[in-house]
Design a protein around this ligand. Structure first.
Ligand code: GLA
Length: 377
């Protein structure tokens, strides 16, 4: 990937720049909890976005995306926003740095990536984090702290891409550490690294390669439901609510909002249960919680789909320790905790059964927990 990028950079800009990369992420458990002030448990993976970048002394950014085979130029003022969606991620990062009083000058860049798109592995956060990290290094003497870099990516989603996401993806992409998952408290922003090398198990993603049309921004709608319930309960976020409080307003809020909040409140506890189980190497409990999360995401939060429910059923039938839909939902992949001796059988069965029902095989990615944003040597 690096060589390819460099070849393209030299051909286009007749010089060479510095390389930066940032990763996609997995999340063991804690879904749709980040924007509710709850806990998440992500890690960065060995699939990344990589960019070669060189300041060009002008006030123009010149970007070439190898994967989309598309070139865009834009200025750095608010009115210079490019129309191409992929370029808005980079423009947004520049603008959010500038809005915070940071510096960004013109630069030339070529980038590429191997984070599968639409799989729920946060390719967009990887892109934002790569550029936030790089522009901090190139123009700001690394004065912007890492949490602020994550927030710059998140604000880019909010203000330039129309997704009111939480902080998990950008946090994971920036803070990721080899062989470690991270438990982040999204209210206090305190986090802890958990070494994660489960002996006797593999962590594997099964990608349905299905992406359902997100008409009406269902992600943002889920968030609105949660905010309505918090407001009704008089708490800042659902982090401060419990099941008794929720039960006491049953019938006074819509059934739909009730179900959404029920999932989030249950999920908060599941992340804590998983943290304790991990400390005891109790992967059986981790697995049980993963299945519970899938159930909740499917029935109460309603962000799953038939294809992912089917992959989850196959995992259960094969005796896989834990399995669930991962990420925002509406397509993408399941994350599976599988005993070594079951691995081959599970993968073969999942491929065969899924293909005979949906006409194409799912893609399979073994997870390697890796470092997050960095400058490449
Ligand atoms: C997307 C968002 C995250 C998080 C997850 C669901 O990936 O970007 O902030 O809300 O969905 O857990």
């Amino acid at each position: 990937m690096k060589e390819n990028i460099n070849k393209e950079f030299v051909a286009r800009f007749n010089s060479e720049g510095v390389f930066y990369a940032s990763s996609g992420r997995i999340n063991l458990i804690g879904e749709h909890t980040d924007y509710n002030g709850g806990f998440v448990f992500p890690g960065a993976i060995d699939k990344c976005i990589m960019a070669e970048i060189k300041p060009n002394g002008s006030d123009k950014v010149r970007v070439y995306s190898i994967d989309i085979d598309s070139y865009v130029e834009f200025g750095l003022k608010e009115e210079d926003a490019p129309t191409a969606q992929w370029a808005r991620y980079i423009f947004g990062v520049c603008r959010e740095i500038i809005k915070r009083g940071g510096k960004v000058g013109g630069f030339d860049t070529v980038f590429a990536g191997n984070v599968p798109l639409g799989a729920g592995l946060s390719s967009s956060a990887a892109l934002e984090s790569c550029f936030a990290f790089a522009l901090n290094d190139l123009f700001n003497d690394n004065k912007i702290d890492k949490f602020e870099l994550a927030k710059i990516g998140q604000s880019t989603e909010h203000n330039y891409c129309g997704v009111n996401c939480g902080i998990m993806d950008q946090f994971a992409s920036i803070f990721g550490k080899k062989n470690c998952l991270m438990r982040l408290d999204c209210r206090s922003m305190e986090f802890k690294y958990f070494p994660f090398e489960p002996k006797g198990y593999k962590l594997v993603l099964v990608d349905s390669v299905v992406k359902h049309e997100l008409v009406d921004s269902p992600y943002n709608k889920r968030r609105e439901s949660c905010e309505r319930v918090s407001k009704f309960l008089g708490v800042e976020t659902l982090r401060d609510a419990n099941m008794d409080m929720l039960m006491s307003v049953k019938g006074k809020i819509s059934d739909e909002d009730f179900k959404r909040a029920k999932f989030v409140i249950g999920e908060k506890q599941r992340v804590l249960d998983v943290s304790f189980a991990l400390q005891d190497n109790d992967y059986a409990t981790v697995g049980v919680k993963m299945y519970e999360t899938h159930d909740g995401l499917s029935k109460d939060y309603e962000v799953s789909c038939v294809e992912l429910d089917y992959l989850n059923d196959i995992a259960k039938e094969c005796g896989v320790t834990g399995s669930r839909i991962m990420g925002g939902g509406f397509g993408g992949c399941t994350i599976n905790l599988v005993k070594d001796e079951l691995y081959d059988k599970f993968i073969t069965t999942a491929k065969e059964k899924f293909a005979s029902k949906y006409g194409h095989e799912p893609k399979v990615y073994e997870v390697v927990i890796s470092d997050g944003a960095h400058k490449c040597e």
